[in-house]
Design a protein around this ligand. Structure first.
Ligand code: GAL
Length: 959
C-alpha cells in the first residue's frame, strides 16, 4: 500500500500543479511520435519509390493528387512499425564506399536503395475539432522532406535541421481517419559529419483557436533593477478567423511550480480577419529568482487571450530571468558576475541511437559534460533539437546556437530566422552563430559583406545576444573584420593579442580549440589498429595540446572563453585515420559518454571539485621492468605517487597542468595522494587486475518512467574475482530483455567498431507477379478451383476494362499469380496483406484455402501464412471472385491483390566490450513493472539488472 502511494504521489503532484497552468483546452500540443509506418523508397527509380509522382495528375498538378505512397488510401500494412524519433542511417551497416565524413555508414549517394525513407501515420481527428486551427510541426527531419496530408501536398523542407510547421486545418477529415505521409531523402549531405536520416526529432499536432498566439510568437527579455526583474514581453497575435475579434491579452508570470507571481492585462485589442499584431507588455517582478549555472531556475509565462470572459488561447513560454554582457576586455558576465566560458562543441549523435535521441539522453549528455566543468555548449554546426536547449536551460549550461550555411537569400536567412524565433526564449542561449569556417569566403570581402548582412538580420530579430562566426583562416581580413564577436577556431598560429590590440572593441572567444585525438582506454599508439594514446599532445603542428590551449585562454581575460573540439566523440571525421575507423577521436568523452582521461584534466581546472586521477591502468603483463609514463591530473597542491606503498616522490602540481613519473612496471597497486595546504585530501588507485570473471550492469538511473519515452543508459563492464574493473576486456556480451522495456541501441566507444548498433527484424515483401485470369459466364464452384487452375486457357489479368457489360457477361473470374521466396524463407514468418479484387472472393495459397467467399473490404484482409505451406522459389496464389466493375468509365478498380510479407526475427542483441566497457540503452514500452536486463558471455558469470518502470504521466499524444 505504502509503495503504491509512493508511486502515484508524483503523478498527483504533477496533476495538481499542471492544473494551475493548463486549466483549459484552448490549445493542445500533442506528441505525434507513436505508431508510424516506415519503408525505403528510392531516389530515382519510381517503381521502387512506391510510384510516387508518376500518375497523370500528381501532387504538383492538382490539389489532393498525392500519388503512390503519398495517397491517403495507399496500403502500408507491410511497412515496418516504428515510433519516432527514428534514424535510418544508424541501422545501416558500415561500408568503405560510405562517406568518411558521415562515418562510413552505407547510406547516401552510393546506396540509393536505403537513402530514401518513407513514413506514414494514420490518426483520427474528432468532429468537434472543426473550426479550430490545426497544424503539424516537425522539430527536424533529415532531409529534403516532402509532406502530405490525405494526399494533399503541404510542402518541401530542404533543411535537415530546421523546425517547420504546416497548416492542416482545411485538409482534415473531421470525425474520421487522416494520413500523414512524409518522404525523406538522405542522398545528399548538408554537413561534413554524421547527420542521421529520416524523422529523427519529435513531431507534434497542434490545435488552437483561429485567434491565437503565433507559433513561437512570444519573446521574453529580462532586465534587472536591483532585485526587481523587468520582464518585457512581445506577443505576436494572429486572427485567422473570417470576422474581426476583440479580446484581452493577459500575461501571467508563474514560478516553477505553477504559482502565479505577477500578472498583467492589456486594454481591449481588436484584430481584423488575417491581421497580426505585436503587443509589447512589461511586468515587474520583485525579488526575482535568477537563472544561473548553479541555480538554473525557470519561470513560465502564461499568455492568455480571453474574449467576453472565455479563454480562447493559453500559451506557455518557459524562460529564465538573467542578464548577460560581453566585454571586449573582460569577457563574459552572467547576472553581473564574471564567468570564464569553458565549453565544448558537439554534434547530435550518440552510440546506438544515432541522431534519434530520446529526450532523457539529451539530459544524460549535458549532465556528463557538466560533470567536468563544461559550462557552455556550441551546437556545431546546425540548429539543434529544442530538447537539447531545454536540457541546457534546466541543467544550467550556456549555448551558442548556430545556423547551418552562410548566405543572404531565403534558404539561408530563413534558417537563421526560424532558429532565432524558435529559440529566443531559452535563457541558456548567449550567442547566435551565423557561420563556421566558411573557407570559400572567410578571407575576402564577400565573406565580410555576407556576415554583415546576416548579423544585421539576426539583430533585427534579437539584439540581446552576441553575434559570432567561427574563423579558422584569415584573421584581420574578411569575415573577422565585420563580425561583432570573433570566434577563433584554433589559435596555434594566430596572434590574438595583436588582433585584440588592433581591434580593441571587438569581442572574441575560442569557438574551437583542442582537436586532440585519443581513443578511450588506450595508452600506447597502435597506428595499425587506429588507436591513439591518451597522453595529451597536439594533433599536429597546426594545433595546441589541450593543456597548452587552455593555458593560453585562461591567461587572457579578453578571450571570453573556449570551446573544445569536442565534448563527445561523434560518427564521421575519423581524423587522422580513414576506413575502417568510423567515429571521431576528438572527444573528451567517447561516443557513449565514457570519460577519456582528459575528463579529469578538465574537472581539475574547470571545477572546484577536489579531483585526482592516475593513468594509465596497471595491467602491463610482459612489460615488467620497462618504464611506463604515469600521469596524474589533479587540482591538489601536491601529489605523491606510490607503487606498492613505496613513494616515488611528491611533486607540486602546476596550475592548469599535470604531473608525470616514469615508473618501471611491476604488477600491484599504484596510488596517487593529493595534498591541499599540506594535508592529505584525496587519492586515486589503480591496481593490476586478474582475468574478468563477472559481468556488471549499472543503470544511470535506478528506475524509469513508464511513459514510452524514458530510458536507462546502462554501463556494461566486467570485474575480476576481486571485483576490480578489468580495463582491457573485450568479450562479446549478449543481452536479453523482459518486461515493459526494449533495447534501442548498443555501443562501446571503439572508433573502429563495425558492429551493429541495433538488432532489428528483417522485413522483405514479395509482389504477386504474373497475374493471369480465367473468365467464366457461369458461377465457378470452390470445389472446381484446383482442377481449373491446372488447365490451360489463362490470359493476362485485367486486360479487359471492368465496365458494366463485363460484369453482366461474366459471373466469375479466377485469378492466378505467383510469388518467389528466397532460400532462407524457413527463417521467416509470413503474412499475406490481401486487397480485394472482387465483390466476393475465395483466396488460396499453394492449394490451401485462406478465405472463402469474403466480401470486398476497403482496408483489405490479412492472412497469416504457415511456413510449412510455403516453399523456396515459386508459390501459387489463386483468387476466385465475382468481378468488380466500374460505375463510371474514369474510375479504376483495384487490380493489385496485395503483398506477401516475410519477417525474419532479430538476432540477439550483442556488443563487444571495448577496453572494459560497453553501453546499452533501454527504453520504456509504456507498461509498469520490472524490466529485467540480462547480459551473458562465455566464461563469465551472467548479470541480471532489474529496472522498475514506475507509473508516470504520458505526454499528451496522438494514439
Ligand atoms: C574544424 C571544423 C569542425 C571539424 C574539425 C575537425 O575545422 O570546424 O567541424 O571538422 O575541424 O578537426
Amino acid at each position: 500500500m505504502k509503495s503504491i502511494f509512493k508511486h502515484f504521489l508524483p503523478i498527483l503532484f504533477l496533476l495538481v500543479n499542471y492544473g494551475a497552468v493548463a486549466q483549459n483546452q484552448a490549445r493542445e500540443k500533442l506528441l505525434l511520435d507513436f505508431g508510424w509506418k516506415f519503408a525505403y523508397g528510392h531516389p530515382f527509380d519510381p517503381a521502387k519509390d512506391f510510384n510516387n509522382g508518376t500518375s497523370y495528375f500528381s501532387y504538383l498538378t492538382k490539389a489532393g493528387y498525392g500519388d503512390g505512397a503519398a495517397a491517403k488510401n495507399f496500403d502500408d500494412r507491410a511497412w515496418r512499425d516504428i515510433n519516432l524519433p527514428h534514424d535510418y542511417a544508424v541501422i545501416q551497416p558500415f561500408s568503405e564506399k560510405g562517406s568518411f565524413s558521415h562515418g562510413f555508414k552505407a547510406i547516401g549517394r552510393n546506396f540509393p536503395e536505403v537513402s530514401v525513407g518513407w513514413y506514414r501515420k494514420t490518426f483520427q481527428i474528432p468532429k468537434g475539432d472543426l473550426g479550430k486551427k490545426i497544424t503539424v510541426s516537425f522539430d527536424g527531419v533529415f532531409r529534403n522532406s516532402i509532406v502530405w496530408l490525405n494526399g494533399h501536398y503541404l510542402g518541401t523542407e530542404p533543411s535537415g535541421y530546421d523546425s517547420f510547421e504546416y497548416d492542416l486545418t482545411d485538409y482534415i477529415n473531421y470525425g474520421g481517419e487522416n494520413v500523414i505521409a512524409v518522404r525523406t531523402d538522405a542522398t545528399m549531405e548538408e554537413g561534413w559529419f554524421y547527420e542521421g536520416a529520416g524523422i529523427y526529432r519529435h513531431v507534434w499536432l497542434n490545435k488552437s483557436n483561429k485567434l491565437h498566439v503565433a507559433s513561437n510568437g512570444t519573446f521574453v527579455r529580462t532586465e534587472m533593477d536591483g532585485t526587481t526583474a523587468k520582464i518585457k514581453v512581445r506577443t505576436t497575435l494572429i486572427n485567422q478567423d473570417v470576422a474581426s475579434r476583440t479580446f484581452l491579452l493577459k500575461q501571467q508570470v508563474l514560478n516553477r511550480d505553477g504559482k502565479i507571481l505577477e500578472s498583467q492585462q492589456s486594454a481591449s485589442i481588436t484584430l481584423k480577419p488575417l491581421e497580426h499584431k505585436d503587443i509589447e507588455q512589461v511586468i515587474l517582478l520583485p525579488n526575482a529568482r535568477l537563472w544561473s549555472l548553479d541555480d538554473p531556475y525557470l519561470h513560465r509565462l502564461q499568455t492568455i487571450i480571453s474574449e467576453s470572459g472565455k479563454i480562447v488561447d493559453n500559451y506557455l513560454t518557459k524562460f529564465g530571468i538573467r542578464t548577460i554582457r560581453f566585454d571586449a576586455n573582460e569577457g563574459f558576465f552572467l547576472n553581473g558576475k564574471h564567468i570564464k566560458i569553458t565549453g565544448t562543441n558537439n554534434h547530435q549523435d550518440h552510440a546506438g541511437v544515432g541522431a534519434a535521441m530520446p529526450d532523457e539522453l539529451q539530459y544524460f549528455r549535458i549532465r556528463k559534460l557538466k560533470e567536468f566543468g563544461n559550462n557552455a555548449y556550441r551546437c556545431s554546426h546546425n540548429p539543434p533539437t529544442p530538447q537539447l536547449l531545454e536540457a541546457c536551460d534546466s541543467l544550467g549550461v550556456l549555448v551558442i546556437d548556430e545556423t547551418r550555411l552562410m548566405g543572404i537569400n531565403d534558404y539561408h536567412l530563413n534558417t537563421l530566422k526560424k532558429l532565432i524565433l524558435r529559440d529566443r526564449n531559452h535563457p541558456s542561449i548567449i550567442s547566435w552563430s551565423v557561420g563556421n569556417e566558411e573557407w570559400g569566403i572567410e578571407n575576402d570581402v564577400v565573406g565580410a559583406r555576407i556576415v554583415s548582412t546576416m548579423q544585421n538580420f539576426a539583430k533585427s530579430l534579437d539584439s540581446t545576444r552576441a553575434i559570432t562566426a567561427a574563423i579558422s583562416g584569415g584573421v584581420g581580413v574578411g569575415i573577422s573584420t565585420a563580425v561583432d564577436m570573433l570566434g577563433y577556431n584554433y589559435i596555434r598560429h594566430k596572434d590574438t593579442d595583436k588582433h585584440h590590440a588592433t581591434f580593441p572593441q571587438q569581442l572574441s572567444w575560442g569557438t574551437e580549440e583542442g582537436s586532440t585525438v585519443t581513443t578511450r582506454g588506450v595508452y600506447v599508439d597502435d597506428l595499425e589498429k587506429h588507436y591513439l594514446s591518451n597522453y595529451d599532445r597536439p594533433q599536429n603542428d597546426h594545433f595546441f595540446s589541450l593543456e597548452d590551449g587552455w593555458k593560453y585562454y585562461v591567461k587572457r581575460p579578453y578571450l571570453a572563453g573556449m570551446f573544445i573540439w569536442t565534448g563527445f566523440d561523434y560518427r564521421g571525421e575519423p581524423t587522422p585515420f580513414g576506413w575502417p575507423s568510423v567515429t571521431s577521436y576528438f572527444g573528451m568523452l567517447d561516443l557513449c559518454g565514457f570519460p577519456k582521461d582528459y575528463y579529469y584534466y578538465l574537472r581539475s581546472w574547470w571545477t572546484q571539485k577536489p579531483t585526482i586521477h592516475i593513468f594509465p591502468h596497471w595491467n602491463w603483463s610482459g612489460k615488467e621492468g620497462q618504464n611506463i609514463p604515469v600521469w596524474v591530473y589533479s587540482n591538489a597542491d601536491e601529489v605523491e605517487l606510490f607503487l606498492n606503498r613505496k613513494s616515488l616522490g611528491k611533486k607540486q602540481m602546476p596550475k592548469n597542468g599535470h604531473l608525470s613519473w616514469e615508473v618501471a612496471y611491476v604488477p600491484g597497486t599504484l596510488e596517487a595522494i593529493g595534498y591541499k595546504n599540506g594535508k592529505r585530501e584525496i587519492n586515486d588507485v589503480v591496481k593490476t587486475t586478474g582475468e574478468a570473471s563477472n559481468i556488471k550492469l549499472t543503470a544511470h538511473q535506478n528506475s524509469i518512467k513508464a511513459n514510452r519515452e524514458d530510458i536507462a543508459v546502462i554501463t556494461v563492464d566486467v570485474l575480476d574475482k576481486n571485483k576490480l574493473h578489468q580495463p582491457t576486456a573485450n568479450q562479446e556480451i549478449e543481452f536479453s530483455i523482459e518486461g515493459p522495456g526494449k533495447l534501442i541501441g548498443v555501443g562501446n566507444g571503439d572508433p573502429t567498431s563495425l558492429e551493429n548498433e541495433q538488432f532489428l527484424s528483417e522485413i522483405q515483401t514479395f509482389e504477386i507477379a504474373n497475374l493471369q485470369e480465367k473468365l467464366s459466364e457461369t458461377k465457378i464452384e470452390e470445389s472446381a478451383v484446383s482442377d481449373l487452375a491446372k488447365q490451360s486457357g489463362w490470359q493476362k489479368a485485367f486486360a479487359d476494362e471492368r465496365l458494366q457489360p463485363f460484369g453482366e457477361k461474366y459471373a466469375a473470374v479466377l485469378y492466378k499469380g505467383e510469388f518467389n521466396l528466397p532460400a532462407n524463407y524457413t527463417d521467416g514468418t509470413f503474412k499475406f496483406f490481401f486487397n480485394s479484387i472482387g465483390k466476393q472472393q475465395s483466396v488460396y495459397v499453394n492449394g490451401k484455402q485462406l478465405a472463402s467467399n469474403i466480401a470486398q473490404s476497403k482496408n483489405g484482409n490479412t492472412f497469416e501464412l504457415d511456413v510449412a505451406l510455403l516453399k523456396e522459389g515459386k508459390n501459387e496464389v489463386l483468387i476466385l471472385t465475382t468481378p468488380l466493375t466500374k460505375k463510371q468509365s474514369w474510375e479504376t478498380v483495384n487490380s493489385n491483390p496485395g503483398l506477401i510479407q516475410m519477417v525474419v526475427p532479430a538476432s540477439a542483441w550483442k556488443r563487444k566490450l571495448f577496453n572494459g566497457l560497453a553501453q546499452v540503452i533501454v527504453q520504456s514500452t509504456g507498461g509498469t513493472g520490472d524490466i529485467i536486463l540480462k547480459a551473458k558471455a562465455p566464461g563469465l558469470k551472467e548479470a541480471i539488472l532489474k529496472i522498475p518502470a514506475l507509473p508516470a504521466p504520458q505526454r499528451p499524444a496522438i494514439p
